[in-house]
Ligand binder design. Structure first.
Ligand code: NAP
Ligand code: MG
Length: 453
């Protein structure tokens, strides 16, 4: 390996270890091995792939605690969240382990013979992962891709590669063929970019910023490579005057401050109907003050540090010059801490438009249902959102009118591995998870067999 990067524990600011940075030749070697491994993998019986993925899931289950501790160390995730994420990887693998025998094609009536379709794997799939949910986002790509008969080359974010590296080792321990699932560490501009340009990588899955996502899609267009994009968000938490205000206010901090707001689904705008605006803020304030920020290794902690010093500076720059209503608490000292912050905003303010990716929420009032919908749709993004109302008709109307890929009514749920996930507008292209994800890693082949010899 030519080079290495130093990982930092974001809760202490101290160095953890060095991780190699692959150069282009090393990426090409991993892709070449993946090409060979994929042929054998796809040629096997569906049950062989299903069994191998179930074994992989079991090995991940057996190592949940180790994976979770690695995420606490490398990413500063609270231990309870990190355990959930590691278990989630096993669940995603188990779910898509059910896909190989279910990737049925069609038989289509034709004259003079037989017409059938096949779901053919692409070959090698490149997966580019960000630093905010290193292992769960990786699994949303690699589990269905492998289930559909592909090989995977995976690039974790440079800041947070440890759990991905470990998952790569666990795959081999579970008996997946060598080279079938390769984790390649290094920079986005070298490793990630090589996935985009390499002719043998036939599909790319990218999660990260809208800016880099657009450049990845443009690169994939050069070789007509399909691409799935999961990008940023500025999701709305819409609170109507007929909502259960106590519940809406009590749950609002978790919906934006979970993972220190470093979540593409963060409800980072709270839109409150004007008639209940003051009452809602009164209820929100104690919930924000009670949000427990601190040592991520403690089970009582709800929020850890931000990922890096430079990201903390970026988050802080969004708050400068805004009207801060109130803040929660955060530890002093080493580590990249930032207290949860509630800002009163106006439409068009930078804080109401741009993704902060930190524990900062903008609160804005709206007048009526039509105005609430207009305001919810008033950003370039369209990933997630929540609607709080006790009026069923309104819930249906607003859920249909908000241009977002993932909405929840009277809750903040976004991710269930068995339901589709992804964004509209600048939040992305394509969907992950859900019942159809394995099929998204295939292309349809139609074959006509003439029977009238
Ligand atoms: P990013 O710069 O878009 O990076 C995401 C991934 O892409 C990383 O693995 C990165 O590698 C890689 N990459 C960077 N440049 C590349 C290139 N030219 N070609 C191919 N791959 C490339 O995102 P980030 O720096 O992690 O976060 C920045 C912002 O992205 C956040 O503030 C947030 O707005 C958004 N974001 C969204 C999500 C989401 O889930 N939708 C997740 C994370 C971030 P390196 O890490 O090595 O640079
Ligand atoms: Mg970046």
């Amino acid at each position: 390996m030519s080079d290495s990067a130093t990982l930092i524990n974001p809760a202490t600011g101290r160095a953890i270890r060095e991780v190699p940075r692959a150069d282009v030749d090393e990426v090409d070697e991993a892709i070449a091995r993946a090409v060979v491994a994929q042929r054998a993998w796809a040629a096997g019986a569906p049950l062989e792939r299903a069994d191998a993925l179930r074994r992989f899931a079991r090995v991940v289950e057996d190592n949940v605690e180790e994976l979770a501790q690695l995420e606490v160390l490398n990413s500063g995730h609270p231990i309870e969240s990190a355990r959930w994420e590691a278990s989630h990887v096993a669940q995603v693998l188990n779910f898509y382990a059910g896909a190989p025998e279910r990737l049925s094609g069609q038989q289509i009536p034709v004259g003079g013979g037989l017409d059938v379709t096949f779901h053919e794997p692409y070959g090698v799939v490149g997966i580019i992962v960000p630093w905010n949910f290193p292992m769960s986002i990786a699994s949303w790509g690699f589990a269905p891709a492998l289930a559909a008969g592909n090989a995977v080359v995976l690039k974790p974010a440079e800041l947070t590669p440890l759990t991905a590296i470990r998952l790569g080792e666990l795959a081999v321990e579970a008996g997946l063929p060598e080279g079938l699932f390769a984790v390649v560490t290094g920079s986005g501009s070298v490793v990630g970019q090589r996935f985009v340009t390499h002719p043998d990588v036939r599909k790319v899955v990218f999660t990260g910023s809208t800016e880099v996502g657009v450049s990845v899609a443009a690169g994939c267009a050069q070789t007509l490579k399909p691409v799935t994009l999961e990008l940023g968000g500025k999701s709305a938490n819409i609170v109507f005057d007929d909502a259960d205000l106590e519940l809406a206010a009590a749950s609002a901090p978790g919906a934006v401050f979970d993972n220190a707001g470093q979540d593409c689904c963060a409800r980072s705008r709270i839109l409150v109907q004007r008639s209940v605006y003051d009452r809602f803020l009164e209820l929100l304030e104690p919930a924000v003050r009670d949000w427990r920020v601190g040592d991520p290794s403690l089970e009582s902690t709800q929020m850890g540090p931000l990922i890096s010093a430079s990201h903390r500076s970026s988050v802080a720059s969004f708050v400068e010059g805004t009207n801060v209503a109130f803040r929660g608490t955060a530890p002093d000292g080493d580590g990249f801490w930032f207290a949860p912050t509630v800002v009163l905003a106006e439409r068009g303010d930078r804080i109401a438009q741009e993704e902060v990716f930190g524990p900062v929420v903008a609160v804005l009032p709206f007048d009526d249902e039509a105005d609430g919908i207009r305001l919810a749709n008033d950003t370039i993004y369209g990933l997630a959102g929540s609607i709080w109302t006790e009026n069923l008709g309104r819930a249906v109307r607003v859920a249909r009118a908000v241009k977002s890929g993932v909405l929840s009514v009277n809750s903040h749920s976004s991710v269930r591995y068995w339901t589709p996930f992804g964004g509209m507008k600048a939040s992305g292209l394509g969907r992950e998870l859900g019942p159809d994800a394995a099929e998204h890693f295939t292309e349809t082949k139609n074959v006509y067999f003439a029977a009238d010899a």
